[in-house]
Design a protein around this ligand. Sequence first.
Ligand SMILES: Cc1ncc(COP(=O)(O)O)c(C=O)c1O
Length: 431
Amino acid sequence: MTLVHSGNAERDLAETARRVLPGGGFGNVSQEVIIAQGHGGRVRDVDGNEYVDYLLGSGPMLVGHAHPEVIEAVQAQLSAGTTFFTSNPHGIRLAAEIVSAVPCAERVRFVSTGSEADLYAMRLARAHRGRDRILKFEGGYHGMSDYALMSLAPRRSGNFPQPIPDSAGIPKSVGDEMLVAPFNDLETAASLVREHRDELAAIIVEPVQRLISPKPGFLEGLRRLTADNGILLIFDEVVTGFRFAYGGAQSYFGVTPDICTLGKVIGGGFPLAAIAGRADIMAHFDKGAVGEDAYLPQIGTLSGNPIAAVAGLKTLEILRRPGSYEQLFRTGRSLMEGLARILEDAGIAARIAGDAPMFDVVFTDRDVTDYRSSLGDQETMKALNVLLRRHGILKGDSKYYVSLAHTEEDVRFTLEAFAASIAELRRLRPG
Ligand SMILES: Cc1ncc(COP(=O)(O)O)c(C=O)c1O
C-alpha cells in the first residue's frame, strides 16, 4: 500500500488559503486536504493523491461523485438556464417526488441549506402553535442558527434543560427559548413536556442523532408525547432523508413526525434543502390560506434552483432502482464488521456507532446512547483520522458516509488501510 504525501500544489494553495481564509480553510473539516476532483467512491487532491472517500461532500454524494447520469441531466439543464427565481418544472417535480416518498410530506417548501430548513421548521412550529419554546437534544445538530447552536457540542456538562451556547455572538435571550434534554431519555423529555407544555411549540430531533441510534421506543415515545400534549414533532432528516430508506428515517423506523427537514441527498450535490410536512401546518407559508397575522414569509434567491432540482431528481431516480438500498447496507455492514474485527484483534476498547449508511468508531468501553457517551477518546480518534488519510482514506472528523459507488475493492482497500493505521496507532500510543 502506498502512503500519500502532500506535494507542492497543495502546499502552495494552503499558503494562499492561510492568507485569505480565516483559519486557512472553509471551516468545515479539520484536515488541510484540498480536493480537486471526485469520481464514484474516490476523490483526488490537488497533488493527484487518491483517497477512498467516506466524506462524500458531507453526505450529499450518496450515488457517488460525478455520477454519469446526474452529470448528463445537469449538463442538459445548464444550457437551458441556471436560475429563474420563479417556479420551474424540475423543482415542482422534485416536490411531487418528495410528497410521494416521505410519509409526513404533504407540502414542500425549498430553501438552499439544511441550516435554513431547520430555522424555518422551528419558526413554522412557533407560528402554528403560537408558542415560543423548542425542546432539542444535547448534541443534536440542526444547522448553524442561534437556536440550533444551543448545546450542539457543549464542552462542559450543563444541567438539563438549561442550554449552553456553542458560539460567540448569540444573544443571551435565545437561551430562554430552548430546552435541552439527553437523547434517548424519554423520561426526561416527558417531565420537561409536563412542566412546560403551555410554552412548548415543538420537539426537534435527529431520528439518528449524529451516529446514535434511537433506542427501541424512543421515537415512538416522542410521537405519543407530542401528540398527547399538542406539541409538534420535527424530524431533522437533513442527513437521514433518502439515506436510511427512500422515505427516510421516518419510514425506516415507522414513526411519522408533523414536519421534517431534508437536505444533502435531495440536491444531488448542489445547494438545495426543504421543509416538508402536514398541509395544515405548511399553510403558514401561504398568506392566502392563513391570512396576514399567521403568515410566515419565506424567500430565497436560489430556492428550488433548477440545476439542483435536476441533480436531485436524477439522484432519487437512481436510488429508486431495485437493490439500491440493499447494496448500500451490504457495503456499510461489511465495513462495520471489518472495522470491529480489526479493533477486537488489536484488543482496543471501542464501539462502532451508527448503522450501515453512516457510522464511526468511538473509542470507549461504554454503550453509545447519548451525546456524552458518544464522545469517547477524541485524541485517539483525531490521531487515527490523520493516519487513515495517510493511507488513502478520507472521512469526516467523526463519520464514515457510505455510497452506492463504493466497490468491494474499496472495502478491501479500506480495511487494509484501517488495519495498518491501527497498527501504527498502537506503536504511537501504546496502551
Ligand atoms: C442533521 C443536520 N441538520 C442540519 C444540517 C445543516 O445542513 P447544511 O450544512 O446544509 O446547512 C446538517 C449538516 O450537516 C445536519 O447534519
